[in-house]
Design a binder for this molecule. Structure first.
Ligand code: ZN
Length: 229
């Protein structure tokens, strides 16, 4: 963990250095060096692209895409439309930034975040439906994580009050019987997957077409590793 933090801390300096060296690169040279954005043909390919990205992040080897490269890629198509290959429903926890932990670029992941990654409201479900129906993402990852405060509040029967209570109340019933916080977090992820299938005909039917999948995952913030459930 210490090593990874040191590495990330050094990134801005490295990026500045590379940026200064690459101002004359063409868009083709940039694409040749960093690769085209992932365009997985199947849900399994999309999951593999995310898993590969997390492996890069967790082993201190993320893709380097500096400012000049980003500008070139931006004007080579991403300024005209977005084509994210995956959607992520993640907790709002500040340590869970999906683009970073999956080592993806702007435009690659359609992200909806809410404490406890619960997707109870029609607006959140609507955002997820947009990611699949309009943007054609191949997979929706319901992403829980270790040390989740929202799930822990439900697991310990906390009563935070205010509107925070509605988050705790949404989680409590689906983690009944959990034997540990990690067990509660994975139970919540599985329950949210089931809730999405139940409450969104659009996503349920998309999954039945086999051109889209809803999967769960657990991010361990101490190891930086995402485990697909
Ligand atoms: Zn959380």
């Amino acid at each position: 963990m210490t090593t990874r933090r040191l590495f990330l801390g050094a990134l801005p300096v490295a990026a500045l250095t590379l940026s200064a060296c690459s101002t004359t690169r063409t868009a083709k040279e940039v694409i040749d060096s960093v690769g085209l954005p992932p365009r997985p043909a199947t849900p399994n390919d999309a999951i593999k692209a995310l898993a590969d990205g997390n492996a890069r992040f967790a082993t201190n080897a993320p893709q380097v895409r500096n400012t000049a490269d980003i500008e070139l890629l931006w004007t080579s198509g991403i300024d005209q439309k977005q084509e994210p290959f995956a959607s992520v429903l993640g907790c709002a926890d500040s340590r869970l930034a999906p683009e970073i932990i999956f080592d993806q670029f702007v435009g690659d992941i359609f992200v909806v975040r809410e404490a406890g990654n619960i997707a109870v409201s029609p607006t959140n479900l609507g955002s997820l439906e947009y990611g699949q129906a309009v943007l054609k993402s191949k997979v929706l990852v319901v992403l829980g994580h270790s040390d989740c405060g929202a799930v822990n509040a439900a697991y310990t029967n906390a009563e935070p009050g205010g509107n925070i209570q509605s988050i705790v109340d949404a989680i409590k019933p689906v983690i009944a019987g959990a034997t540990s916080l990690e067990d509660a977090i994975t139970r919540n992820v599985r329950a949210v997957k089931d809730r999405i299938r139940k409450d969104s005909a659009m996503l349920r039917e998309a999954e039945q077409s086999n051109d889209f999948a809803i999967v769960g995952a657990y991010y361990d913030i101490t190891t930086a590793v995402v485990r697909f459930l």
